[in-house]
Design a protein around this ligand. Structure first.
Ligand SMILES: NCC[C@H](CC(=O)O)[C@@H](CN)CCC(=O)O
Ligand SMILES: [Zn+2]
Length: 330
């Protein structure tokens, strides 16, 4: 089987099936990014992301239950190890069975059977150097080692019960490596593979790196995230990931890259298109509204309209809890 011959993974679950169709903003379109930390009893506010928290495994059920009651349908998990000595050059603890991500997958699948659980797959939260891949001695990326490790982590998240894996690393060929890993492990037909295909290097991720303690220790991510002005590379990355077996194509950041969302929806016409309203966008709107520039609910709903107009069918946003409330109002 060639990887992109496998379609089942993209519609195995009722929710992912709904994403395969045209939509206007509904709760089902929203995927909530959550930070799970290795301090089991933590429930820490994140200064750079007002309203967001780092959540310990023992606080997760009580935190998420009211959101599920309000109509939360899906989450994407980011493990945030804060304990000393967890990080190393190869991110070997990313798929630690006792680590925050796998513990959270286990708990959510057991306690909230209707919740669609996705895991972000990357090494940067677990590597001592903070890069999204494994480095050579000279400090440059070892792409083949990186995709081998990233595929291993993705398969282990699938084995733990994740219904979707989304690699945010931007290594070349990681989609095929993950898809083939899922195929070998017998998960490709029931786990959705969302590719962060067009993800741009730049200044929109600061609050996340603060929240996840995942900034690169040296250098930057310009050798693997796309150059902001490289529309043509984005088109090539999208086509490549379709070939390699992605079930959904994501663009990130969102508002500053709406043209790329439109390109993705025209290139990957038969795929659900996902967009990530990243931490910088979230904080910008939040702080501008607090400063009286505009009303928060209005501006957030209008940003959602932009994503849908550009062709997005799945929106990752930290505003998910607010939107679950706002969508029930007038
Ligand atoms: N794996 C990269 C994580 C990346 C931030 C970064 O480039 O450091 C994004 C997470 N997928 C940031 C998301 C955000 O800013 O909200
Ligand atoms: Zn990363």
């Amino acid at each position: 089987t060639t990887p992109n011959a496998i379609l089942h993974g993209g519609y195995h679950h009722a929710l992912s099936r709904s994403w395969q169709s045209e939509r206007t903003l509904t709760k089902d379109m929203l995927m909530y990014p959550m930070f799970i930390t290795d301090d089991a009893n933590a429930l820490e506010k994140i200064d750079s992301l007002p309203g967001q928290h780092r959540i310990g495994i023992n606080k997760l059920k009580e935190f998420i239950a009211p959101l599920v009651t309000k109509g939360l349908r899906s989450v994407i998990l980011f493990g945030v190890p804060l304990k000393e000595g967890v990080k190393d050059p190869t991110g070997s603890r990313a798929d630690d069975p006792e680590g925050p991500t796998i513990l959270a997958v286990n708990l959510l699948r057991k306690e909230f059977p209707d919740l669609f659980v996705a895991c972000d797959v990357c090494l940067c939260e677990y590597t001592s150097h903070g890069h999204c891949g494994i480095l050579r001695q000279d400090g440059t990326l070892d792409n083949s080692q990186s995709i081998k490790r990233i595929a291993e982590v993705a398969v282990n998240y699938a084995k733990a019960g994740a219904q979707c894996v989304a690699p945010s690393d931007m290594m070349d060929g990681r989609i095929r490596a993950i898809k083939e890993g899922l195929m070998e492990a017998g998960f490709a037909h029931k786990v959705m593979l969302i590719s962060y295909s067009a993800k741009f290097a730049g200044s929109w991720y600061g609050p996340f790196r603060d929240a996840a303690n995942s900034a690169p220790a040296f250098g930057d991510r310009r050798c693997y995230q796309l150059p902001p002005n490289a529309r043509r590379l984005a088109r090539r990355a999208i086509k490549r990931d379709m070939e390699e077996g992605a079930d959904c194509i994501m663009v990130k950041p969102g508002m500053p890259y709406l043209d790329i969302v439109r390109e993705a929806s025209e290139i990957a016409t038969d795929y659900p298109i996902s967009v990530y309203q990243v931490s910088g966008e979230y904080s910008m709107l939040h702080q501008a509204a607090a400063a009286g520039v505009f009303d928060l609910k209005s501006i957030v709903l209008e940003s959602m309209t932009g994503f849908i107009r550009a062709g997005a069918t799945l929106i990752l946003t930290y505003y998910t809890p607010d939107l679950l409330t706002w969508l029930d109002e007038d």
